[in-house]
Design a protein around this ligand. Structure first.
Ligand code: G4P
Length: 527
């Protein structure tokens, strides 16, 4: 098989959702269809494993590298599909965001009874910023939920995302009979295990009379008349740009509508595409191997400092043992220990293509966002975005004699991207995170890897905004109990606010101060 054929077979996506919408259940069903797991329940078993909250070792042991950060790869209908696991629940953190910088499309799972929830909205924004296609799977139709029309309207109203329904539910709750596939003009009835190809009359076809529950049929016909008349038209170009979301309905738990979703997803989602560098673009079919590191995971064994770096391959072919150059330092290195991260196990990978994600053992050489490539000509992929933290803690070493270790630990964990580090005007260290687990891991690792007990105190700020100014000293005067000035890793000034209200009143009062949500790192560099 040619390199191009290998690349075109590949699909890599992340599932975004609010906790409990059904991401784990859907992942499991997709893996089952692909034959990657034999039993339903294996993904769930991992998710449910309880862990001692502050014990990083335990977290790692039980959830494991192959759990919190795994890529689940499987083959289905001649495609090689990688699902990037995006941690949710307690382990939601910056990693969750960064993983989305490595995928080519996203599947947004929504609970039909709840509509769009907070975490979905945040993760959606990251995907939308990248302009990747977003597929919507509205789940739990086996229970009564919101009206399907209201759910699709919500995508537009809350997320500003126009949508086009590809499948539509027939009934809900106990009366959920199946879905109508608008593109294939076919009704799939799950309980009756029937597939009915309709004629030109679509859902008005007499073929459905006497087959569907009459109430369901009437509602379906009305909804289709409405969508055909006033809904968005199917447009694959808009879908590929992330400007139109194809919507699917079903029940992950009952495995209703999942196959229909998967088949359409595979035909509509893009294979690996070009990626921007600071000077141009890299195309997957380019001969020269390139890749970038989007996640670094500490080793679960504190006696071994090595770590696992996750690399998305962007072009060329990876072969185990190859020599590459690390763009940041110009250093040559041999990639001899590389693994595939599968649903249930890890295995050594000897060859991989653009669109694959592999794990590389790292002894401290890599940083998040690093570019690796073959040959001497240095290229750099665009920097990964910085995400605005929402939780902050003031932190110091309990024993001042350990100051050096403390600084070193802080520096290295910041580099690794485990947490964001700021300093206030008194040179105190302020940590910023998007999930509480990041603080727990930070503390555990300082104690275990840097032999430093720390004092950590949550501070009451929830919003960070970078400030575009050349004169950061002038910002000191705005500080009060609801606003604090800090400096990030690159000495850029950041204002922390207690809440959105404090931010808004600041903006109203000082209209000429430009505040940016540091979603794109290029936006906040002070000239
Ligand atoms: P998450 O990864 O997005 O957090 O969600 P997860 O799949 O764990 O699902 C959360 C809960 O919703 C689970 O119930 C799961 O069984 C249920 N669920 C998922 N999909 C569907 C669906 O299509 N229909 C219905 N009715 N329920 C669904 P739980 O009670 O928390 O866990 P469990 O006792 O079932 O393991």
């Amino acid at each position: 098989m040619t390199n191009k054929e290998q690349i075109n077979k590949r699909r890599i996506f992340g599932i975004i959702s609010h906790p409990d919408a059904g991401k784990t259940t859907l992942t499991e069903k997709l893996l089952l269809h692909g034959g990657a797991i034999r039993e339903a329940g294996s993904v769930r078993a991992r998710k449910n494993s309880k862990y001692a909250k502050s014990d990083w070792m335990e977290i790692e042991k039980q959830r494991g590298i192959s759990v919190t950060s795994s890529v689940m790869q499987f083959e289905y209908n001649d495609k090689v599909i990688s699902i990037m696991d995006t941690p949710g629940h307690n382990d939601f953190g910056e990693d969750t965001y960064r993983i989305l910088t490595s995928v080519d499309s996203a599947v947004m799972v929504i609970d039909a009874a709840k509509g769009i929830e907070a975490q979905t909205k945040k993760l959606f924004q990251v995907c939308s910023m990248r302009g990747i296609p977003i597929f919507t799977f509205i789940n739990k139709l086996d229970r009564h939920g919101m009206d399907p029309l209201d759910l699709t309207q919500e995508l537009e109203d809350v997320l500003g995302l126009p949508s086009v329904a590809v499948t539509w539910p027939i009934g809900a709750g106990k009366e959920f009979e199946g879905v109508y596939d608008r593109l294939n003009n076919t009704v799939y009835l799950f309980r009756k295990k029937l597939e009915i190809k309709l004629d030109d009359d679509g859902v008005h076809s007499t073929k459905l009379d006497g087959i569907l529950n009459p109430g369901n049929l009437e509602v379906l016909r009305d909804a289709m008349d409405l969508l055909d008349g006033a809904g968005n038209e199917f447009n694959i170009e808009e879908i590929k740009k992330g400007k139109l979301s194809p919507v699917f309905f079903g029940s992950a738990l009952a495995d209703f509508g999942v196959t229909e979703f998967l088949n359409h997803f595979l035909s509509m989602s893009p294979p690996p595409t070009t990626r921007k560098t600071t000077t141009g673009v890299v195309t997957p079919t380019d001969d020269v191997f390139t890749g970038f590191i989007f996640k670094i995971q500490a080793n679960m064994n504190p006696n071994h400092r090595d770590r696992l770096a996750f690399m998305r391959i962007c072009s060329g072919t990876f072969t185990r043992g190859m020599n590459v150059t690390l763009a940041r330092t110009g250093k040559q290195m041999k990639l001899s220990q590389s693994t595939h991260l599968m649903a249930n196990e890890r295995e050594t990978v000897d060859i991989a293509y653009a669109g694959d994600v592999i794990g590389i053992y790292d002894t401290g050489n890599f940083q998040i966002g690093d570019t690796l490539m073959e040959g001497k000509e240095i290229i750099n992929f665009e920097p990964l975005p910085t995400f605005p933290p929402e939780l902050f803690s003031r932190v110091s070493a309990k024993n001042s004699l350990k100051g050096k270790n403390f600084q070193k630990g802080v520096e290295q964990l910041a580099q690794e991207g485990a947490i964001q580090v700021y300093k206030n005007q008194y040179n105190e260290v302020i940590l910023g995170a998007v999930g509480v687990l990041q603080f727990e891991v930070f503390e555990y690792r300082l104690v275990n890897e840097y032999n430093t007990e720390i004092r950590m105190e949550n501070i009451d700020f929830t919003v960070a905004r970078w400030v575009k100014t050349k004169d950061s000293d002038s910002l000191k005067k705005y500080q009060n109990s609801r606003c604090m000035l800090v400096f990030d890793h690159y000495e850029r000034p950041v204002l922390l606010f207690t809440n959105q209200y404090a931010l808004r009143s600041f903006q109203d009062r000082y209209e000429d101060i430009e505040l940016v949500e540091a979603l794109n790192v290029n936006d906040v560099i002070v000239e």
